[in-house]
Write a protein that binds this ligand. Structure first.
Ligand code: NAP
Length: 326
């Protein structure tokens, strides 16, 4: 069967949550979970802040549970990437290579990826390298940690880390932070924080865990080696929206715009805020019948639980849309 009620593109917490809700509502659902399903949690070790798991759960195990839960209600899951979309008509078309799949509605939950420095640090994710201090700071109690970046995310990660770590060194490639003044002040006034200005991390080493880095002062060229327990990379995110460029409205950073997020910045969006809450579809994108959820939309919170919550919202909006467009 290549015709479904809904195609969910993306297999992270938001995609699987919407698939659970939609398939449990007896709709036929295809999840295109991608070649590496599970979203960013696949790269995480222990997740301690997802409600319902009082002893914590490993990221990949949590994703397997979500997938199994979606399948339990009949969702079909394919470990394939969508390669092309035509979302314009009442029947939406999604291609995987040469094969086309059709549906009355589409949920886009393709997520975002953390930007990496590009020095091979990915191989230490879960073994000393993290891209989320809110998630992982608690594992670094009394440890020595470094944060890379000078934006609000780097400041937020630093402030999350000082609650646990003994030492937090921020490595920033310029001589001033890009972050908001208030966040900078909080970071710079904390006695546990040290800053290496005009500096770049150029090498990571250790086996099996990360144990040292080399930092280059870009002004003097001097290279120093530092022992550490944790390296937090906070240099921004890239939403996975290439497939939708020119097809769905994106914001200036490439994130998918939905009615809810568009109304925060653009009062000329198609519906008013009042209408959206009364009888609209807060998670609908710029095209009728196409909904967005999770990190591909959310550039603020980026947590598994917030993505899952938005996945539920997108599913409820989709159900209502399909009910109204029988
Ligand atoms: P961002 O504002 O783009 O900052 C990225 C930082 O990483 C910049 O300081 C940049 O340096 C540095 N950087 C980029 N590429 C690098 C590389 N290859 N090597 C080394 N350093 C690199 O990203 P963000 O901090 O994730 O914030 C994204 C948005 O979310 C912002 O609008 C931010 O205000 C918002 N946000 C808000 C909060 C909050 O309000 N609490 C928290 C998090 C994020 P340069 O400065 O030299 O370009």
């Amino acid at each position: 069967m290549t015709k479904y009620d809904v195609i969910v593109i993306g297999g992270g917490p938001s995609g699987y949550t919407s698939a659970i809700y939609l398939s449990r509502d007896t709709l036929s659902v295809l999840v295109l979970a991608g070649a590496q399903p599970g979203g960013q949690l696949i790269f995480t070790s222990e997740v301690e802040n997802f409600p319902g798991f009082s002893k914590g759960i490993m990221g990949p195990d949590l994703m397997t549970e979500m997938e199994t839960q979606a399948k339990r209600f009949g969702a079909e899951v394919m470990y394939s990437e969508a390669t092309k979309v035509d979302l314009t008509g009442e029947i939406k078309k999604v291609w995987v290579g040469e094969t086309v799949y059709e549906a009355r509605a589409v949920v886009v939950s393709t997520g975002a990826s953390s930007k990496m420095i590009g020095i091979g640090e990915e191989k230490y994710i879960g073994r000393g390298v993290s891209t989320c201090a809110v998630c992982d700071a608690a594992f670094f109690k009394n440890k020595k940690t470094f944060v890379v970046g000078g934006g609000d995310s780097a400041m937020e990660d630093t402030l999350a880390l000082v609650k646990f770590a003994d030492e937090v060194t921020v490595v920033h490639r310029r001589g001033e932070f890009r972050a908001s003044k208030i966040m900078q002040e909080r970071v710079l006034s904390n006695p546990k924080v040290k800053v290496l200005w005009n500096s770049e991390v150029i090498e990571v080493a250790g086996e099996p865990k990360l144990s040292s880095i080399k930092v280059k002062d870009v002004k003097t060229g001097k290279i120093t080696e530092h022992n550490l327990d944790g390296l937090f990379v906070a240099i921004g995110h890239v939403p996975t929206t290439k497939l939708f460029e020119g097809k769905l409205e994106l914001n200036e950073s490439g994130y998918l715009r939905t009615t809810m997020t568009a109304l925060m910045s653009d009062t000329k969006w198609r519906v008013s805020e009042k209408d959206m809450w009364l009888d609209g579809y807060p998670t609908m994108t710029s095209i009728e019948g196409v909904f967005g959820c999770g990190d591909v939309v959310d550039y603020r919170y980026r947590q598994a639980i917030t993505a899952a919550g938005m996945g539920c919202q997108a599913a409820l909006d989709t159900e209502k849309y399909l009910e109204n467009h029988k």
